[in-house]
Design a binder for this molecule. Structure first.
Ligand SMILES: [Zn+2]
Length: 595
């Protein structure tokens, strides 16, 4: 049997964007949201009103689950055909439903914050709500930390035209800019994203260098405008925090990621101590490229030679067979997902770029979207996205309020799958070019997570500390950036990227401040788990599943303590994880020395 290369969406709602069933589903959801909004406020929480509270909460979760389901479906439709205008319309229409639902939750959380602790805890102890107590407590705690409901509502409304508008302005400025780039005698018009992949991925060093120079020049031109976006949105955030009485800019991102400050500090301390091991990798790679020291644009330069003509079916079989050696449960899920048409992998035009995995909670199913082009990268992406799918799958029978996990642990299962498959491939290939290419790929990740993201975090923290006393000029921002890069890269590069603060979209995402450290946390968390899984062998399987099942109902420290028996606020776990990541340096250096 040949495996399907297109996903099957008709079992979710038949008929794609013209589905009458989907139209009915959305109409009902719209009506139910309006009815929920029209309900009178909840009465004071007492033993007598407890059941009314339970009904309201169940209704909120029911609406959330249905809206999530609808959003996943339209997300799939839009991605599989970017020219499906009807799908885009349907997707856009859900925005207002999301805003309404958010208002309902905010109203509920504010009311919950006003209730006495004893009555609240009695409510959460009921059989109906105990499984979602963690999530409900989070809503209430957050409301307690904020200003009174009407002031928060005003901030949210002003943020739409102020705070978040700077984010949108950045997207327009960076997204609409085009440049002329000459290659092989032909001048091409490119977006800044395309130019960036030229300076990182082009095999020809001269092309990389020219692309990087043009990239920096272009951002020099845009810097005065985007520095306003950065300064003003930071000002908005700092003012809001000041009124709420929040002293640290890390309070919000740490809360959003269910993490303690001690954990973050322990992680960065270990990285600061150990990441200079990557300097040996830089030296070996410089030797390979033929330069004394790597400049910024050579760090990701392609080396080695990875196979690029995989058939999808072979790639799928490789993923399943090798995951089976580590955990048959994951392998069975992957086989089922691939054979049942849960994966859209066809290489055709008209599809959205990139890859993702989405959950359809009303069906207990997931769907994976990607474009498989036969490269090793495609094989690895398949393993990665199926890891997300598996994570969603083990959560499928939990109450919806216990299914939401944060960015910090979102990449646990995906990175785990990727590691298993990459190591299996490394062990099986006898081709030196392939081995070198794979090791370089893994070490490229190490540089990204242990150095590049560390520089972003240090920059952002320092920027906010200084911004509290006034705006920073373009030059000051660039100086700050280079300083952070030199520290994170242990002075190991010949040239840095001063305007990185301007070119990196992540600094401008107002809905997720400090969109950096959760990446490094997740990467190392998964490596630590992978190291433990290798040591524990088959016995680890059940612990892994139990850990994934609790990602929606525990903070990260409790999750690690309960299922791995480790204390994330102490260095030991991070040392194991970082050592696991850095173990590839020696074989890479040895290979280069033998060449
Ligand atoms: Zn992922």
């Amino acid at each position: 049997m040949t495996v399907p290369i297109n996903w099957y969406l008709d079992s979710i709602f038949p008929g794609g964007s013209k589905s009458p069933e989907f139209a009915t589903f959305v109409a009902q959801l719209t009506a139910d949201l309006a009815a929920a909004k029209a309900q009178p406020p909840l009465p004071a929480l007492t033993p007598e009103t407890q059941s009314q509270w339970i009904d309201t909460i169940n209704q909120l979760y029911d609406l959330s689950k249905r809206l999530f389901h609808a959003g996943s479906f339209t997300g799939c439709l839009v991605s599989q055909n970017v020219n499906d205008d009807k799908a885009r319309l349907l997707d856009g229409e859900l925005d207002s439903q999301h805003a309404q639902l958010e208002t309902l939750w905010t109203r509920f959380a504010a009311t919950a914050a006003e209730q006495p602790d004893a009555a609240w805890h009695a409510l959460l102890a009921t059989d109906a709500l105990q499984p979602v107590a963690f999530d409900l407590n989070e809503h209430r705690t957050q409301a307690k930390e904020k200003l009174p409901a009407e002031m928060e509502a005003l901030i949210a409304e002003l943020a739409a035209d102020g705070y978040h508008a700077w984010d949108q302005l950045y997207n327009v400025v960076s997204g609409s800019k085009q440049v002329q780039f000459e290659e092989n005698g032909k001048t091409k018009t490119m977006s800044l994203g395309q130019l960036q992949s030229k300076y990182t991925d082009a095999p020809d060093r001269a092309v990389r260098q020219r692309a990087f120079t043009l990239f920096e020049d272009t951002w020099t031109e845009l810097a005065p405008v985007v520095s306003m976006a950065l300064n003003y949105q930071a000002g908005f955030r700092l003012t809001t925090y000041r009124h709420r009485g929040w002293e640290s800019v890390l309070k919000e991102p740490l809360f959003d990621n269910r993490m303690q400050r001690e954990t973050l500090d322990a992680m960065w301390d270990v990285i600061a101590r150990k990441s200079d091991r990557l300097l040996d990798y830089f030296a070996a790679k410089a030797k390979l490229i033929g330069v004394d020291r790597l400049p910024w644009f050579d760090v990701n330069a392609p080396v080695g030679n990875l196979k690029s003509n995989f058939e999808f079916e072979d790639a799928a079989n490789f993923v399943v067979e090798n995951l089976a050696r580590v955990n048959p449960d994951i392998a069975n899920f992957c086989r089922m997902a691939i054979d049942s048409g849960w994966v859209e992998s066809e290489n055709r035009s008209g599809k959205r770029a990139g890859a993702f995995c989405t959950r359809l909670p009303l069906k207990g199913e997931t769907r994976v979207f990607m474009t498989f082009n036969g490269s090793y990268n495609g094989l690895s992406t398949l393993a990665h996205e199926l890891g997300h799918g598996y994570h969603g799958y083990v959560l499928r029978d939990m109450p919806f309020g216990a299914q939401r996990y944060t960015m910090s642990v979102a990449e646990t299962a995906s990175t785990f799958n990727e590691l298993v498959v990459t190591d299996a491939y490394l062990n099986q290939t006898t081709d030196a070019g392939e081995r070198l290419g794979l090791l370089d790929r893994k070490l490229g990740d190490a540089v990204a997570f242990l150095m590049n993201i560390r520089a972003r975090f240090d920059f952002e923290r320092e920027f906010f500390a200084r911004r509290a006393n006034g705006q920073l000029s373009v030059d000051e921002l660039s100086e700050l950036m280079v300083h952070a890069q030199k520290t994170a890269y242990h002075d190991g590069l010949a040239q840095y990227h001063p305007l990185f603060w301007a070119s990196k979209l992540h600094f401008y995402i107002t809905r997720a401040p400090f969109y950096n450290f959760p990446y490094t946390f997740g990467f190392l968390f998964s490596h630590g788990i992978y190291a433990m899984a290798q040591e524990a062998g088959a016995a680890f399987k059940d612990r892994y599943i139990a850990l994934l099942r609790d990602t929606g109902s525990m903070d990260t420290e409790t999750l690690a303590k309960t299922h791995l028996g480790v204390d994330l606020t102490k260095p030991a776990f991070w040392e194991t994880a970082v050592d696991e990541v850095l173990a590839d340096v020696t074989p890479f250096v040895e290979m280069v020395n033998q060449m």
